[in-house]
Design a binder for this molecule. Structure first.
Ligand code: NAD
Ligand code: IPM
Ligand code: MG
Length: 358
């Protein structure tokens, strides 16, 4: 088959890790007889520098004509003081909103060979960690009313957390559907004891749950969830939550598994079209050094193949290669432990690609 992929590396380490991930797609193409046709576009700070905007309209058209989007990361200190609409991250925000990518799937699982690298004690993770965090991505505080104004104490800024019943129902349904294929437990995380939007969230999720009698629903306040992820991560199956809580909790859940450099994410819409990316950012502290971990982006390619293109066998080949490269002891700095072979981004990419087999 012939597939069109919009490739958007973005800024900082996004460029290095996506460079490696594309080689994985090429190898899959060779092995399984597919052609991947890439359309590279700039989004983020690089696009601000080149065109004065974080994303161009033409890029939206290119994505619309693609089978999936592969994204790196956007942002960095160089662009931190730009007006809000020109910030690099707004480019990613526009892609998410424009394509209605409301369901953000953020899996965190412990790779057997990285168990020692988890900041959590062995006894906490001995039962393994396999969390699928599902974050609403197009509603809530990121996209509701916001601005600056003069208030009682002078200058102030505000961002409204607003959810419609429709938005909650849509993402909740997705979480229950996914839970049906897993351990059938949904933990819905909200702040219903303090927020109107939290109460609507909780009530709506309970209504959706009625359509999935086989799935157990538990509700948890977000502060307790933050604690439980650190103390007892094995108890979770699917976590369903809002955009802002999901952003924070997915980094927390992710890091329990060893490094944010291992974690992929898929953002999909009602039609199954999606954007696939690592959950990490542009890592300004290591950008340009060639030492970033590309495995989150390989895992994003795994999700792209499986969810975006329905190529399960090909996806499994990527997953096997990630496990194998770890088992063979290759490590970028973020996951390095004594006795391992320390490698650069490009070397890790090459070793992983070499291990992609049919
Ligand atoms: N999806 C995105 O495009 C996205 C996501 C998060 C942050 N950002 C942007 O990235 C910039 C930096 O954000 P931040 O520093 O808060 O988060 P970050 O994820 O970029 O970095 C956090 C820490 O994790 C490390 N890290 C991240 N990815 C790594 C990898 N693949 N290999 C090894 N180490 C890795 C970094 O070195 C850093 O110490 C900001 O401008 C932010 O807005 C973008
Ligand atoms: C860059 C930023 C706006 C983004 C988010 O908060 O959604 C990022 O942190 C993420 O996790 O994808
Ligand atoms: Mg984040």
């Amino acid at each position: 088959m012939n597939y069109k992929i919009a490739v958007i590396p973005g800024d900082g380490i996004g460029v290095d890790v996506i460079n490696e991930a594309v080689k994985a797609l090429d190898k899959i193409g060779e092995l399984y007889g597919h052609t991947f046709q890439y359309e590279y576009r700039l989004v983020g700070g690089c696009c601000v520098d080149a065109y004065g905007v974080p994303i161009q309209d033409e890029t939206i058209d290119v994505c619309r004509n693609s089978d999936a989007i592969l994204f790196g990361a956007a942002g960095g200190p160089k662009w931190d003081n730009l007006p809000f609409e020109l910030r690099p991250e707004r480019g990613l925000g526009r892609l998410r909103k424009e394509f209605n990518l409301f369901a953000n799937l953020r899996p965190s699982k412990i790779y057997e060979d990285l168990k020692e690298k988890s900041p959590l004690k062995n006894r906490v993770i001995e039962k393994g960690v396999d969390i699928m965090l599902i974050r609403d991505l197009t509603g809530g505080i990121y996209f509701s009313e916001k601005g600056n104004r003069i208030g009682k104490y002078g200058e102030e800024a505000y961002d409204v957390e607003c959810y419609s019943k429709f938005e909650v129902e849509r993402v909740a349904r997705k979480a229950f559907e996914i839970a049906m294929g897993r351990k059938k437990l949904v933990t819905s995380v909200d702040k219903s004891n303090a927020l109107f939007s939290g109460k609507l969230w909780r009530d709506t999720v309970a209504e959706v749950a009625k359509d999935f009698p086989e799935v157990r629903l538990e509700n948890m306040l977000v502060d307790k969830a933050a604690m439980e992820i650190a103390c007892n991560p094995s108890r979770f199956d699917v976590i369903l939550t809002t955009s802002i809580f999901g952003d924070i909790l997915s980094d927390e859940a992710g890091v329990t598994t060893g490094s944010v450099g291992m974690l992929p994410s898929a953002a999909i819409n009602e039609k199954g079209f999606g954007l696939y990316e690592p959950i990490h950012g542009t890592a300004p502290d290591i950008a340009g050094m060639g030492i970033a971990n590309p495995l989150a982006s390989f895992a994003a390619v795994e999700m792209l193949l499986r969810i975006g293109l329905g190529l399960d066998e090909e996806a499994a080949a990527i997953d096997r290669a990630i496990n194998k490269v770890l088992h063979d002891g290759y490590r970028t700095g973020d996951i390095f432990m004594e006795g391992n072979t320390k490698v650069t981004t490009a070397e890790m990419g090459a070793h992983t690609v070499e291990r992609i087999t049919k």
